[in-house]
Design a protein around this ligand. Structure first.
Ligand SMILES: Cc1cc2nc3c(=O)[nH]c(=O)nc-3n(C[C@H](O)[C@H](O)[C@H](O)COP(=O)(O)OP(=O)(O)OC[C@H]3O[C@@H](n4cnc5c(N)ncnc54)[C@H](O)[C@@H]3O)c2cc1C
Length: 499
């Protein structure tokens, strides 16, 4: 019995670990030279000779500590005690020149801070925080975990699960309320502005409550060493359990015989047979290329040419290796700037700056790395340009980098420029090249109108046996926990079938 998994992102590796530890022969086939997919990082030497490690993806990992079902899932995959998790006092600090605002992580502290700023809005502030506290109480059952060790534990769990009924009126109350519409409820102008700008785009308040709840409970934290270190732990765990990994082997097609998946055809012409195939790679590539569009349902057809707004944005990012510590700054700042227009046409009036002055795996004391990110839904611009005119692509990257460096010098002071030891500009084309995600998307589908709305695909493909899909495209909003759970779910279905 052999299972082939396409893609060594976190979804593919999670599926692989779950199968390998249950004694199944598994082979993960990855097109890139490094495993991890979007959960990645890289190291580069600066002019001073110092090596800087850059965190290419996560700012936090849900399930870091006990309090949600995701902690149980993560613990089944890796030894979490090997990671040092770091919590920050604030999620982000806004610095708009004329005023500052701290989006604090601990709810009691945040409530006090907001009430101090705007006592006239106490009713709205209390309603907001009580929504987060409500989500806090639900967290131990989200997502519901029916896999309990004994019958007694199962019964106890089912009784507790009834609490989730309370979610229905809660969801109905907050359905459709966004950061923009919620901000209008504040009388205080200052709060109205900052609540409107909590995210760089309009977000459902339900999403905000969950994010705040994770931070308040401390169940989502930043793992020291960032994404690359976490991906390395997954790979180590997978290999130790007996899984096999092929790097630098892009898959061309999924071999199908009589509506049954039989293996994969590699780009090099070699066919690898399998009893089950899981694609943990991009959904559109899987359906349109690897399965030649034969299994796209009528309902899914419009999504193959999804309008760009339906897809989670990708990023242009300027990564800097700094030979100065920058220890006086918060880990994440959002500043307002005179309008900047990116070469892909996206306009920005705010700039997000991540300062990794707290991660001693990425750089030693006295140094730090910085990442300035620009979310864009025009990923196709960069992908197409890189293909059609590489020199123009490079020139535009350099031009936009120097615009951003000027903005940073203006904010941090002229001496900032002297601290820059290495600069690297990545675009959606970079993410697309290394992971094949559609438009270079960072998380698959954009969260849908309601939090519970499902995307047009799930882990099965109608009309095709012995085949499953995993990864962040299988649930709106994506992210590491979704990808990890989807990989584990596919593996568990296969285990049930073969036993
Ligand atoms: C900048 C950024 C910040 C983020 N921050 C966070 C965060 O803080 N918290 C969070 O939870 N999530 C975050 N995410 C999202 C998270 O990284 C992704 O949702 C998750 O890593 C997706 O994992 P995946 O395994 O589903 O897909 P991927 O990582 O895309 O893995 C798919 C794999 O398939 C491989 N593949 C594709 N085509 C082929 C082929 N033909 N043959 C063989 N292999 C192939 C790819 O190379 C890749 O390795 C962030 C993402 C980005 C980009």
């Amino acid at each position: 019995m052999r299972v082939i998994i396409i893609g060594a992102g976190v979804a593919g590796l999670s599926a692989g670990i779950t199968l390998a530890k249950n004694g199944v022969e598994v082979l993960v086939v990855e097109k890139h030279s490094q495993a991890g997919g979007l959960c990645t990082g890289w190291s580069r030497k600066g002019g001073s000779g110092m090596t800087y490690s850059f965190n290419g993806c996560m700012h936090w990992l849900l399930g870091a500590r006990k309090g949600t079902t995701f902690h149980k899932y993560l613990s089944e995959l890796v030894d979490l005690s090997r990671i040092r998790f770091i919590d920050h006092r604030e999620r982000v600090v806004f610095d708009y020149g004329d005023s500052k605002f701290s989006f604090l992580n601990k709810i009691d502290e945040f409530e006090k801070y907001l009430l101090g700023l705007a006592p006239e809005d106490s009713a709205v502030i209390k309603e907001w925080m009580s929504a987060v506290r409500f989500v806090n109480r639900m967290q131990p059952y989200l997502p519901p975990d029916f896999d309990q060790p004994t019958l007694w534990e199962k019964l106890k769990y089912f009784v507790k699960l009834h609490q989730l009924v309370m979610f229905v009126p809660f969801m109905l109350k907050w359905k459709g309320v966004t950061t923009y519409s919620f901000s209008e409820r504040f009388k205080n102008e200052y709060l109205r502005k900052y609540v409107h700008n909590l995210y760089s785009i309009e977000m459902q308040m339900m999403h905000v409550f969950f994010v705040q709840s994770y931070a308040d409970l401390g169940v989502a934290s930043y793992p020291e060493g960032g994404s690359e270190k976490f991906a390395e732990l997954l790979v180590e765990s997978y290999l130790r359990k007996g899984g096999k990994l092929l790097l630098n082997f892009p898959v061309k097609k999924i071999v199908v015989d009589n509506s049954v998946a039989k293996g994969v055809l590699l780009e090099n012409g070699e066919t690898l047979p399998a009893d089950y195939v899981v694609s943990a790679a991009d959904w559109i590539w899987t359906q349109s290329v690897a399965l030649e569009g034969k299994y796209v349902t009528e309902k899914q057809k419009p999504y193959v040419n999804m309008p760009k707004e339906g897809i989670y944005y990708s990023y242009c990012m300027l990564y800097l290796g700094m030979k100065i510590p920058m220890s006086d700054y918060p880990h994440f700042i959002r500043i307002s700037v005179p309008k900047i227009v990116s070469p892909d046409g996206t306009e920005y009036e705010q700039v997000e700056i991540h300062i990794y002055n707290y991660d001693r795996i990425l750089t030693p004391e006295g140094y730090c790395t910085i990442c300035v990110d620009f979310p864009t839904q025009n990923g196709a611009f960069w992908i197409d340009l890189r293909k059609s005119d590489y020199s123009k692509y490079k020139a535009l990257k350099e031009k936009f980098s120097s615009v951003i460096l000027d903005v940073l010098k203006c904010y941090f002071g002229e001496s900032f420029g002297e601290g820059v030891d290495y600069a690297d500009f990545v675009t959606p084309a970079t993410y697309h090249r290394y992971t094949s995600n559609h438009n270079g998307s960072s998380q698959g589908w954009m969260p849908m109108k309601t939090v519970m709305q499902r995307p047009p695909i799930n882990n099965k493909v109608k009309g095709l046996k012995c085949f499953f899909q995993a990864g962040h495209w299988t649930e709106a909003g994506g992210g590491l926990p979704i990808a990890i759970k989807s990989g584990m779910d596919c593996a568990k279905i296969i285990l049930q079938k073969i036993r």
